[in-house]
Design a protein around this ligand. Structure first.
Ligand SMILES: [Ca+2]
Ligand SMILES: [Ca+2]
Ligand SMILES: [Ca+2]
Ligand SMILES: [Ca+2]
Length: 421
């Protein structure tokens, strides 16, 4: 039996201390949760410093909305408190259930005030399928980038009264432009850049995937065709299906990890169905992301075994798990029910030294979502509806900071733990 979630009225948001000054805000989506009898309406559970807090739902849950399709935390109003943006990519105003949604995004300011962000009109835009927060104009507050891959656009909220549209220049609607988003200060000038994944994009081959960097009016396109970017471009690689930024060598320039979950390492791969998977990492520099510094990571060089359905790189997260000032890279391998952690170092960035493979329960899609919160690693296992916590501990040098043993933090239904922030 699947227990539905009962939506409470607004009071669940009052009396809650705003998450000011805490790095421990964690949001866990269950996008297929039944809410007020509405199947797959979706819900989001809030944790503060790993204490379970309120369940957030829409005021008007409808079947198939998928509230919690994407999550992003940031300080959107610049008051020093962490705010939370929640996508509901399959929301429709009209009776269009079953088709791709038009989508809507809700922003919770300090968890006490809500704003609904919508696109005008109707259509299958899937607005809110991906979200990322960053200070894109350098004025101190975060902007919210909102992916609408069904329409092939990305929108930026927080610069002026209107949404700013970033178009998929010269691309096709099947590119899934905006299916993944990240921000980072890759050139170290104090302002974040926006990176946009288009894992379905065709350059020479179908579905090889591209990543577009947007820095003010400047745009740069990256793919496995780009000189210096390692990896062989093949059909259905899905380069850009996941994105995460972090400073792996602590040089003050963010570095970019790009998931390529469809990457085949075996000549017998059935294209389109599977991939052993890879992650390309491009390091930042004073002139921004420098493709000549790209590394390609696969399980051929790491703990674990690369198998054709692993999809290494389906999910990515970064954070300093061992407390030495550089970020570690966390890679989800849901086909293997495992998560890989690569330590960062000041002397060259990511290393395979002491790289860690964390095994999870079988058949759980363990690693479909990963996050770093409050210096700890959090891993979702959505088909079992379980969430696990691995505590970070200080050990300076090329160490992952976490071990193979974690603790179950919480359980839920409706693909609980499919999206984390
Ligand atoms: Ca800003
Ligand atoms: Ca910058
Ligand atoms: Ca760096
Ligand atoms: Ca570190």
């Amino acid at each position: 039996m699947i227990l539905g979630v009962v939506a409470l009225a607004i009071p669940l948001l009052t009396g809650l201390a705003p998450a000011c000054g805490t790095a421990g805000l964690l949001a866990v989506a269950q996008p297929y949760a039944t809410v007020d009898g509405q199947v797959r309406a979706g819900a989001v559970r809030i944790f503060t410093d790993f204490e379970e807090g309120p369940l957030i739902t829409q005021d008007d849950p409808e079947p198939g909305d998928m509230f919690g399709s994407a999550l992003a935390t940031g300080d959107f109003d610049g008051d020093g408190c962490t705010d939370l943006a929640i996508g509901a990519s399959e929301e429709d105003d009209g009776p269009l259930n079953g088709a791709d949604g038009h989508g809507v995004v809700e922003i919770l300011y300090g968890l006490t005030r809500r704003e609904t962000v919508k696109l005008p009109g109707s259509g299958g835009d899937r607005f809110g399928a991906a979200l990322a927060a960053g200070d894109l104009d350098g004025d101190g507050d975060d902007e919210l980038a909102i992916g609408a891959p069904g329409g092939g656009n990305v929108y930026v909220h927080g610069q002026g009264r209107k949404l700013r549209r970033v178009k998929n220049d010269g691309g096709a609607v099947t590119d899934q432009f905006g299916e993944a988003l990240a921000t980072g200060d890759f050139d170290g000038d104090g302002t974040d850049e926006l990176v946009i994944g288009a894992p379905g994009a065709n350059l020479i081959r179908q579905g090889e995937g591209t990543v577009t960097l947007v820095d003010g009016k400047r745009r740069l396109l990256y793919s496995q065709e780009t000189y210096g970017v390692d990896g062989l471009s093949e059909s259905w690689d899905a380069f850009g299906a996941a994105l995460a930024s972090g400073d792996f060598n602590a040089d003050g320039h963010d570095d970019l990890a790009i998931g390529v979950p469809g990457e085949g390492l075996n000549p017998l791969q059935r294209a389109g169905d599977y991939g052993e998977g890879a992650v390309d990492v491009i390091y930042g520099s004073p002139s921004g992301l420098n493709p000549r510094t790209t590394e390609a990571w696969t399980q051929n060089a790491l703990a674990g075994e690369a198998v054709m359905y692993d999809r290494f790189g389906t999910s990515l997260a970064t954070g300093d798990l061992n407390g030495d000032g550089d970020d570690e890279l966390v890679v989800g391998v849901p086909g293997e029910n495992a998560v890989q952690v690569l330590p960062g170092t000041r002397t060259g960035g990511l290393t395979r030294n002491h790289n860690l493979l964390i095994p999870g329960p079988k058949g759980a899609e363990f690693g479909a979502a990963v996050a770093v919160a409050g210096g700890d690693l959090v891993i979702g296992a959505p088909t079992k509806g379980a969430l696990f916590r691995y505590r970070g501990s200080v050990r300076k040098g090329s160490y992952p900071g976490v071990g193979k043993k974690g603790e179950k933090l919480a359980e839920g239904d409706g693909f609980y733990g499919h999206v984390l922030s």
